[in-house]
Ligand binder design. Sequence first.
Ligand code: NAD
Length: 423
Amino acid sequence: MSYDRVEVPDDGEKITASDAEGQELDVPENPIIPVIHGDGIGKDVGPAAQQILSAAAEATGRNISWMRVYAGETAREKYDENLPDETVEAIREHRVALKGPLTTPVGAGFRSLNVALRQTLDLYANVRPTYYLDGVPSPMKSPEEMDMVTFRENTEDVYAGIEWEAGTDEVEQVRDFVEQDMGFDSTIHEGPVGIGIKPITEKGSKRLVREAIDYALEHDRDKVTLVHKGNIMKFTEGQFSEWGMEVADEEYPDEEVFAAPDSLWETQEDIDIPEGAVMVEERLADAMLQWMQLRTDEFDVMAMPNLNGDYLSDAAGAQIGGLGIAPGANFGDARCLAEPVHGSAPKRAGQDQANPSAITLSGALMFDYIGWEDAAQLVKDAVEETISSGKVTYDLERNLEDAEKLSTSEYADEVVSNIEKLS
Ligand code: NAD
């Protein structure tokens, strides 16, 4: 790919795949990392995150050569395109990247660029660790009980983008097919209808659940909960859970990974999970949203189809103090696109007010992924140190007594100075 329209840094090296299957990464000490600042508050938090992550890399003896690429509003301004090929190819070729939020219009307009990027690059697992940072105001009595990681399937389900608009010939063809050929005669009401398709495949389900189990094994977590609505959507969400349980049953030694009996209807607190083993259980998605609040400390790693994951991870983010601090990353085979859970928050855009913690902590996930665990820990410690010292952005300040309200850029400077102190 030629990057004629993008400035390629001349002082960095590419991260490459070190084995034939392309699963393992070779990471130089001075990698080129593509970055999309994104729309709305992305203009504020993107540069702030770059500044903090660069400082953590330097403090641990490395250097990041950022390669700025464009999507959304900035790409429309520069190239009159939403998602230029260069951007997709830069991420494909450089293997890891950092991304700010991108606006998606509701109803008419273009399809979600976030979904397009995840699908095109086959970044099939959206991973969101949700843990409490000391000093963050939370609506919960014991927010510190939350320490879970959600694995959200990223490429299928009702987000696959297979849908037809009301009033089109296509939607009427689908209606006829469903009613006449498939025999669902009076299931769809008369009059205009929009129809979408919910594909859940064996491949998509199993690779996601496998990622979640491997993560649990590697990070000493003892439980993986499959969250689905298979009692109603038997052949999609129910099948997701069956395939997930098959992975647990068939792909790992029993002493390493085992499926909990009857876990859909029974709580599992009496089951003794041996040291180093992982139990795989299942929960219905609606019930899960209440268990997450009432029995927060019982949950650990969760794996679920796309839509459940979208809802559940935002709700989990609220329990530990809101979207301003909730990080995430999308993973495929030997690829990682780190991005915060939050969106572009247009009301605050360009005002140097938004909280850059979420995108910065997403960058820490990216560091972990490339084996820079020391830099990742430094970023997390410096963010926590800054917040617990009462120096915070507006979103946290309004829920805290005696806190000092900082702008995005002042906050970034403060985190950098804590990186310097802690390293
Ligand atoms: P949002 O996350 O942008 O905002 C929700 C609320 O959280 C707002 O009150 C906002 O002020 C606050 N908030 C979010 N991030 C914050 C931060 N870093 N600091 C301080 N406060 C913060 O969600 P929305 O309003 O539903 O969506 C706005 C746009 O973002 C939509 O176009 C949506 O499609 C898009 N979006 C993109 C992504 C993504 O790029 N991955 C994710 C979610 C939403």
